[in-house]
Design a binder for this molecule. Structure first.
Ligand SMILES: *Cc1c(COP(=O)(O)O)cnc(C)c1O
Length: 334
């Protein structure tokens, strides 16, 4: 179950955190939630600028609503040129070779400059020469260390990007992801590119936790009484310390309910927190519903998907948990 109002509220927090426009990163199928639905909902709320990573992600998003632009963060390779020319999206060019390739089309582009992450992008020293004569709609860079607001790399990258922006003509400049937006207006330039914050991970620029967008709802297949000393699940890692009622639920790591949540996750039944009992397996998870007496076979259990709380419990990141949401879940928007 997906909360469209929470998604929009998260985006609005980015859109109003400063003077910069807020776009949206919707790569990896909208961080697992469904890129097409995310795009339509955010476009209806006023978002006009969307980012995916691959050209293969573009066709399922078509037709684009009026006024919306879509850009491809990995740029374009020779074998992708045909698709790129046929599709209504713009490459974010990441190398001099890509710029040379795209130059032949005479079309506008976006471009990425590397300001210290050493992952993708043009070298700051040569970017002006490489891009000379190109119509650059947006010049980007990307921050490496925004999870730590005090990391010296943040300021160093900002200074480097401001210097590049002063030398490389573009219609607009963009540096910040979700956590980068919280570093303050000096990091915003013209356009920010939030991703995780839209989907309920991390903090909004004003310091509040992002609104949780997703919750899992899964069916109770069986309820059983387990005596003291009996175990539950693979490896017998849960042993009942009291006479327990255990609900076995149709939810597993194939659905994105991470194995790291074994004996660490929780479900909610009538508001009662029911801890995961034993290992999460591929298709099944067990929850201790002793305190929620009403749970019966055939019931639907709610598993809140607060990405940061689950990240902490599972040892994975909120990003990994979201993009792993399984295809067996019907994505129902409310
Ligand atoms: C994925 C991505 C973002 C969004 O990052 P979040 O940390 O999810 O906000 C922004 N910019 C680029 C270049 C990205 O690849």
């Amino acid at each position: 179950m997906l909360d469209g109002a929470a998604l929009v509220a998260n985006w609005q927090a980015f859109a109003t955190c400063g003077a910069a426009e807020a776009g949206a990163a919707i790569k990896a199928d909208g961080y697992g939630l469904g890129a097409r639905d995310v795009l339509l909902r955010l476009a209806a709320a006023g978002c006009q600028t969307f980012y995916v990573a691959h050209w293969q992600e573009v066709p399922p998003l078509l037709p684009l609503p009026a006024g919306v632009t879509l850009s491809v963060l990995h740029g374009v390779t020779p074998d992708e040129m045909e698709a790129a020319l046929a599709l209504p999206a713009v490459p974010v060019l990441i190398s001099a070779a890509q710029v040379a390739l795209w130059r032949q089309t005479g079309r506008p582009c976006e471009a990425m400059v590397d300001t210290g992450m050493n992952r993708l992008g043009l070298a700051p020293e040569t970017a002006a020469d490489v891009l000379a004569g190109m119509d650059v709609a947006v010049l980007h860079s990307h921050l490496a260390c925004t999870e730590d607001a005090t990391h010296p790399m943040n300021a160093a990258q900002r200074v480097c990007f401001a210097d590049v922006a002063a030398r490389v003509p573009a219609h607009r400049y963009a540096l910040a992801n979700s956590a980068g937006a919280a570093l303050g207006a000096a990091f915003h330039f013209d356009l920010i590119r939030p991703g995780i914050g839209l989907y309920g991970g991390g903090l909004l620029p004003d310091g509040r936790p992002a609104h949780t967008v997703a919750r899992m709802v899964a069916r109770v297949l069986q309820v059983r009484d387990v005596p003291v000393g009996a175990s539950v699940g693979y490896g017998a890692t849960f042993v009942a310390a009291r006479p327990s009622r255990i609900a076995t639920v149709a939810l597993g790591y194939a659905d994105g309910y991470a194995r790291g949540l074994s004996n660490a996750g929780w479900a909610l039944a009538d508001g009662v927190r029911c801890p995961a009992a034993g290992r999460i397996s591929m298709d099944l998870a067990a929850f201790d519903v002793t305190e929620a007496a009403g749970v019966a076979e055939g019931d639907w259990l709610e598993i809140p998907f607060d990405p940061e709380a689950m990240a902490q419990a599972s040892g994975r990141t909120s990003y990994e948990l979201l993009v792993a949401l399984g295809q067996r879940f019907e994505r129902l928007w409310q």
